[in-house]
Design a protein around this ligand. Structure first.
Ligand code: ZN
Ligand code: ZN
Length: 347
């Protein structure tokens, strides 16, 4: 039986004028509403000021929530943090911030963990380097801004400014590998991030916004599977906790929205007496892996990073699985990544 969940889709990781983004919260939320998003999770650098200023809440049908991106005391190791009311000033190590967020009951994700940006000396990369903590909730597996900047060269610059979505192909191989590896020991949740700043830049004498919010909202979205629907009848805290608990449990997947909507995607394991959802860890046994997608595309099932089953031109895949391993699925549009699930792990 198809699992009963309420799906909501949104943008995680973006910047407003509260840090280094160019948009004001109401302007950004106007674009979010126009893009039919269910939620937006803002992450300005090292500040929860917008939350304190009262910007959290509904903008038409879209919910705005505010976490932050915590740079460590050396401005390195960016940590996306949610569900917290306060943060200490910027003097902690990366693992110190992980402890602070988790101890306060929040959730946190390593931002752009393998960022490279080798062609842009003025924008150095900020990869994650402090792997001493194993308390973080998850990792940003695909970051639109990093992906776009990493592939930027003098030759393709113009093309990339004009078509900022077309170059999105696949999350970094290194990040996918690390994600699979970490999931052998514990659940590490994968999310997709935007990192939109809508920075204003002069190109050929004209000031243009690199990635207007509206454009970025059509790219990488994270979908969450909720126990009950988001609603204006619930308080902001209750709505936030529905989203944060789905993210914490790994009941989520991320979508390259430019290649298709992705709504209705489902991946679960069906056993004789149990059903396992994304994020679950369960003793090994006989299960049927079930994958359903909203359009006819290529589905592949991976175990510990290796493809174990793949089918083109299909809208579902049902495969028996038994042994221990980290199982997740990737849906492809041609050779481009479209939907990425969180893992189900048999131990
Ligand atoms: Zn960052
Ligand atoms: Zn950022």
């Amino acid at each position: 039986m198809t699992p009963r969940f309420f799906e909501a889709e949104g943008i995680i990781h973006l910047h407003s004028r509260y840090s280094d983004g160019s948009g004001e919260v109401p302007e950004i939320m106007k674009d979010a509403t126009g893009s039919l998003l269910d939620f937006v999770l803002f992450t300005d650098h090292n500040t929860l000021r917008p939350k304190k200023d009262g910007w959290e809440g509904w903008y038409n049908q879209t919910l705005a929530l505010f976490g932050c991106e915590l740079n460590d005391r050396n401005d390195q190791n960016h940590l996306l943090s949610f569900g917290i009311d306060d943060i200490s000033p910027k003097h902690k190590t990366a693992s110190g911030y992980i402890d602070e967020v988790v101890d306060a009951g929040g959730i946190c994700f390593l931002a752009h963990p393998h960022e490279k940006r080798s062609n842009l000396p003025q924008y150095p990369p900020y990869p994650w380097t402090d792997w001493s903590s194993d308390r973080f909730t998850g990792m940003e597996i695909w970051n639109h801004m990093s992906d776009w900047m990493e592939g930027l060269t003098d030759e393709n610059k113009y093309q990339r400014f004009v078509h900022p979505l077309r170059s999105l192909k696949f999350p970094p191989e290194e990040t996918l590998q690390k994600w699979d590896e970490l999931n052998r020991d514990r659940l590490v949740v994968g999310i997709g991030g935007s990192d939109c700043h809508a920075i204003e830049q002069e190109i050929m004498g004209v000031t243009v916004q690199v990635f207007p919010y509206k454009v970025a909202f059509r790219a990488i979205r994270t979908h969450v599977l909720l126990e009950k629907p988001l609603s204006r009848d619930l308080s902001a805290e209750e709505n936030a906790s529905l989203i944060y608990s789905a993210l914490k449990a790994g009941r989520c997947f991320f979508v390259n929205h430019y290649r298709g909507h992705g709504k209705g995607f489902r991946f679960w394991f069906e056993g004789a007496a149990t059903q396992l959802q994304m994020g679950d860890r369960h003793p090994a046994g006989s299960f049927l892996a079930k994958i359903f997608i909203p359009e006819v595309r290529t589905i592949r099932l991976l175990k510990d990073g290796k493809v174990i089953s793949s089918q083109q031109e299909t809208d579902h895949l049902v495969v028996p699985v038994t042994g221990p391993g980290v199982y997740r699925t990737e849906i492809l549009f041609g050779d481009t990544g479209w939907i990425f699930s969180n893992p189900i792990t048999l131990i």
